[in-house]
Ligand binder design. Structure first.
Ligand SMILES: Nc1ncnc2c1ncn2[C@@H]1O[C@H](COP(=O)(O)OP(=O)(O)O)[C@@H](O)[C@H]1O
Ligand SMILES: [Mg+2]
Length: 475
C-alpha cells in the first residue's frame, strides 16, 4: 500500500511517540513496583520484629487468644496478618481488623514456605500478602504479613496515568503533526502543480511560450523544497531559452530557404529565356546543340518547379495564411484530370462527381496543385494502361479521392510518403524525375485548409483521400 508523504510522516511520528511512551511507562512501572515492594518488605520486617518481642511478653490473654496475641501489640497496623506455627503445624491464623480485635482465619496452606526474608502469599479473598517468619525463644514460628493492596492500587493508578498521558500525546501528535506536516508539504504540492502544468504544454511544436514558474515563496534555498523549487525554475528558464533559440534558428532557416528560393527564380527565368531565345534564333544549328539547349530548358524548368515547391513549403511552414474563398472542387478536379489526360493519353482516366457543387473555403491555385500532384503521381509512378479514378464525394466533409490500379507504393516508402524528399528509388520514379516534394506539399496545403490526407496502398489499388471541411453555404 502506498501512503502519501503526509500520512507517512504523521503515522511514523505517532508510532515513534507511542513506542517511547510504552518503554518509559514499562520502566517506570517496574522501578516503582520494586520500590514499593521494598518499602513494604521493610514494614513487614519491622512488624515481624514487633511480633516476636510481643510474643515474648504478652501472656495475660485468654489461652485461645494467646496464640496470636502478638497481633495486638502496639504499632501493628490494621489488616496485619499473623499466624503461629508449632512443630510444623499452623496453630492459629488471624487478621487484625480493628483496635484489639482480630478475625480468625482458616489456616492458609502455604505458610510453611515463609522464611525470614519476606515472600508473597495469596490469602484467597484477602488478596496477596507479603509475609516474613520469625522464631520465638520457645521454638514457635510466628508469621507476620502486610497486605499488598496499597502497592497494587498504587501501581494500577500509575499505569492508568501513564496510559492517559500516552493517549493524550498520541492524539496531540496526530492533530498538531498533521497540521505541521500539511503546512510543510504544501509547497511540494505547488511545485508538482507547476511541473504538471508545464508538462502539459505542447513543447514539441515550435511556438515560443512563456513557461510557468514556481512561486517565489517556494524557492528559498534554506529549505529543501525551496532548493527543488529554485532548481526547477532554473531548469524551466533553460528550457525556455532553448526553445526560443530553436524557434529562432528554425525561423532563420525557413526565411533563408524562402529567400534563397525567391532569389533563384529570377536567374532561372533568365536561363530558360536565353536557352529558348538561342534555340529560336537558329544561329548555329547542329543536332547536338539543339539537344543541349532542349536539356537546359527542361532541367531549368524542373529546377523552377523545385524552387517554387520549396518556396511554397517554406511559406506554409511559416504559417503564412492562404487565400480563403468559397470555391467548387469539381471543376478543379475536371481541369486537373484533363491536363493529366493530355500528359498521359495511354492511361485510362475516370471522373466521378457529385450532383451538387463541392464547396470548400480555400485557395483555388493551391488546391489545383494538390490534385495535380496526386494525379501526376498516379501517372508517373504507374505503367501505361493503368486506370486512374478521381472521385469527389460530399458528406460531413468534402472528400477528393485519387485511386489507381498501378503497382502501389513501395513498402519502405509508404510510412513516410508525405515526408520531404521521400520517394521510391525505382527506375520509374527516377525517369519521372519527381523531386520528392509532391506529397509533402499535398499534406501541408491540406493541413493549411484544416483538412487531412490519407493513403492506402497495395499492389493494384492505391488510394489517396483528401478530406476538407465544407464551405459555409451549401446549396
Ligand atoms: N500512385 C502512386 N503509385 C505508386 N507510387 C506512388 C504513388 N504516389 C506516390 N508514390 C510513391 O511516393 C513517392 C513520393 O511521392 P512524391 O512526394 O509525389 O514524390 P515524387 O513524385 O516527386 O517522387 C514517389 O516517389 C513514389 O515512390
Ligand atoms: Mg510526385
Amino acid at each position: 500500500m502506498t501512503m502519501s508523504l503526509e500520512t507517512r510522516l504523521v503515522v511514523s511520528s505517532i508510532a515513534l511517540l507511542a513506542t517511547v511512551c510504552a518503554v518509559i511507562a514499562t520502566a517506570t512501572t517496574l522501578l516503582f513496583h520494586d520500590f514499593l515492594t521494598d518499602r513494604l518488605d521493610s514494614q513487614v520486617t519491622s512488624a515481624a520484629r514487633r511480633s516476636t518481642s510481643a510474643a515474648a511478653q504478652r501472656d495475660d490473654q485468654p489461652p485461645q487468644a494467646r496464640e496470636v496475641s502478638f497481633l495486638l501489640s502496639p504499632g501493628q497496623a490494621e489488616g496485619t496478618f499473623g499466624a503461629r506455627i508449632r512443630q510444623g503445624v499452623v496453630r492459629r491464623a488471624a487478621v487484625l481488623t480493628g483496635i484489639a480485635t482480630v478475625r480468625e482465619l482458616p489456616a492458609p496452606p502455604s505458610l510453611a514456605a515463609v522464611s525470614r526474608a519476606p515472600v508473597t502469599v495469596n490469602l484467597g479473598p484477602l488478596g496477596d500478602y507479603r509475609m516474613a517468619a520469625a522464631r520465638t525463644p520457645d521454638g514457635d514460628v510466628l508469621v507476620t504479613g502486610l497486605p499488598m493492596t496499597a502497592v497494587d492500587s498504587m501501581l494500577t493508578r500509575l499505569v492508568v496515568v501513564e496510559a492517559a498521558v500516552t493517549l493524550a500525546g498520541v492524539v496531540l501528535t496526530a492533530v498538531v503533526g498533521t497540521l505541521l506536516v500539511r503546512r510543510a508539504v504544501r509547497p511540494l504540492g505547488r511545485l508538482a502543480a507547476t511541473a504538471s502544468r508545464v508538462s502539459e504544454l505542447p513543447l514539441a511544436t515550435g511556438d515560443v511560450v512563456r513557461l510557468a514558474r514556481v512561486p517565489e515563496v517556494d524557492t528559498d534555498p534554506c529549505t529543501e523544497v525551496g532548493q527543488v523549487g529554485g532548481a526547477l525554475n532554473r531548469m524551466l528558464g533553460h528550457v525556455e531559452t532553448a526553445l526560443a533559440v530553436r524557434h529562432e534558428s528554425e525561423t532563420r532557416l525557413r526565411r533563408f530557404i524562402a529567400d534563397a528560393s525567391h532569389e533563384l527564380r529570377t536567374p532561372l527565368a533568365s536561363i530558360v529565356g536565353y536557352a529558348e531565345l538561342t534555340r529560336r534564333s537558329g544561329e548555329w544549328h547542329g543536332p547536338q546543340t539543339e539537344h543541349a539547349l532542349g536539356r537546359i530548358r527542361s532541367e531549368a524548368g524542373r529546377m523552377t518547379t523545385l524552387v517554387a515547391d520549396l518556396l511554397l513549403l517554406a511559406r506554409l511552414d511559416a504559417g503564412r495564411p492562404l487565400e480563403r474563398v468559397e470555391l467548387d472542387l469539381s471543376p478543379i478536379v475536371v481541369n486537373a484530370v484533363s491536363d493529366a489526360h493530355a500528359a498521359a493519353p495511354r492511361h485510362r482516366w475516370v471522373i466521378s462527381l457529385p450532383d451538387r457543387p463541392a464547396l470548400v473555403l480555400g485557395d483555388a491555385d493551391r488546391l489545383h496543385q494538390v490534385v495535380t500532384n496526386l494525379l501526376a503521381n498516379a501517372r508517373t509512378h504507374t505503367p501505361p494502361g493503368t486506370t486512374v479514378t478521381a472521385t469527389v464525394r460530399l458528406g460531413e466533409r468534402v472528400c477528393v479521392e485519387v485511386a489507381d490500379d498501378g503497382p502501389g507504393i513501395p513498402g519502405h516508402v509508404l510510412p513516410h510518403v508525405f515526408g520531404r524528399f521521400a520517394r521510391g528509388d525505382g527506375s520509374r520514379s527516377r525517369l519521372a524525375g519527381g523531386s520528392g516534394l509532391g506529397l509533402a506539399i499535398v499534406s501541408a496545403v491540406t493541413a493549411a485548409h484544416d483538412g487531412w490526407v490519407e493513403v492506402r496502398s497495395e499492389p493494384g489499388n492505391t488510394v489517396f483521400t483528401l478530406s476538407l471541411p465544407p464551405g459555409r453555404t451549401r446549396k
